[in-house]
Design a protein around this ligand. Sequence first.
Ligand code: NAD
Ligand code: UGA
Length: 476
Amino acid sequence: MKEIRNICCIGAGYVGGPTMAVIAQKCPHITVNVVDINAQRIADWNDTDLSKLPIFEPGLAEVVAEARNRNLFYSTDIEKSIQEADAIFISVNTPTKTYGVGKGMAADLKFVELCARQIARVAKEDKIVVEKSTLPVRTAQAIRTILDATGNGAQFQVLSNPEFLAEGTAIADLYAPDRVLIGGGEDAAGQEAIQALAAVYRNWVPKENIFTTRVWSSELSKLTANAFLAQRVSSINAISALCEKTGADVDEVAKAIGMDSRIGAKFLKSSVGFGGSCFQKDILNLVYLCRHFNLPEAADYWEQVVKMNDYQKHRFAKNIIDSLFNTVSGKKIAFLGWAFKKDTNDTRESAAIYVADELLQDRAEIHVYDPKVPAEKIYADLEYLQTQKTGCHPEGSEATRDLLNRVTVHQNPYDAMKDAHAIAILTEWDEFKTYDWQKVYEEMLKPAFVFDGRNIVDKAQLEALGFEVYNIGKGK
Ligand code: NAD
Ligand code: UGA
């Protein structure tokens, strides 16, 4: 297998965009073409105003500025890029299926299949095809079957190279990954392809951190890593509920158990619930796979992680309603944060959407401020959830209009909080800690409630100002 000098990445999203920018930056001798069917997204990646990049990630704009139009190109010319490439990364979205067999559980692989078919149609020379998207175990077989059916003599090697970056820290994660995982065929051609891809990463990743496996292990490791991470959050959130009943403090419990080196301190931050495009989707995919292979006990075990997360979001919303004297009808609730975590503009599966929906069903007036999420995304998130819940029924759409009319998005946090009955903190943006809480208190209705879904504000300080503060996992 020849050295990789030209890469095509299909999918210019949260993974394809930053991952390829870093590969291009670290490997100036490799030409990297990132392609997408979404012309607007590509135009945004090419915008000379770097604040218009489609993804907000600390440090990303600087990397793009360095490599773009040197050896990093964003384009909609998918076929040309495939033809020129030695290696083609498939980095398209793999959402949960919303229809038919496996609805609500299985990964929808239609975008991946379209890529495989397009590669099969266009590629006339040997290529390495790299699964960058998160995929169910044994998808490489399906891709291979499609590619091998071309019969034009081109040889394809299918590798699994899942991405472990987290949003908000994507650039740091890509610069110094805990590991780069590459799975491939066990025959000589498969091993050569693995080494060709490993050589790309060796430009900046120490060789000890590049772990090569058989392809099925690599595919399954990605789902397993996300399931384990999400399971830690659900585990500590389950304990947070018990803390609230017993007077224990979940942050102290997390610290105490995290000091045990076998448990480790990371990923034990209790919250309003995990969000993001991947944890829920990947666990549901794992559950689906377990059921498919007739392992119902294993399926139920993992499904509980998602159920616990739903419970945590519901518990937070219910606590707001209960505390505000059993109704939020007509009451102004200020939402600080809409993104699923800080330092990203991504809102997919954000806990804020579900908490807002529950309060809106109780007829609340929601006023949102998020430093990076635009208003249209907030309305689109709520609308999408209503469509999911009600289908396309016309009554549903009227109810949706009424619901959206009770949501206001602000550019200024103090406007969102002025005259509010309560503040709910949904994202842990650092700036929330620095607000003039005295001013906020003076401008709010009394009693002034703060529901801190991220345990980021200083409870004692706010209580001294007169606020009623509710945290996650802190008994009164
Ligand atoms: P995304 O929705 O941000 O980006 C996917 C892009 O693929 C979109 O721009 C879409 O237009 C494009 N696309 C879809 N079909 C296409 C086609 N046939 N041809 C060309 N372009 C096409 O998704 P993402 O967050 O980047 O996730 C991509 C994959 O990576 C998923 O499988 C996800 O599970 C996985 N992943 C995501 C993260 C993350 O932090 N977001 C981290 C690790 C792994
Ligand atoms: C997660 C994984 O961390 C990545 O390794 C993986 O590549 C990625 O999913 C993916 O496959 O998409 P991401 O979802 O971007 O990354 O962000 P995380 O930092 O994992 O946070 C996920 C959610 O869990 C957020 O809502 C966050 O607020 C929440 N969380 C995280 C907690 O509530 N407590 C914690 O201790 C950690």
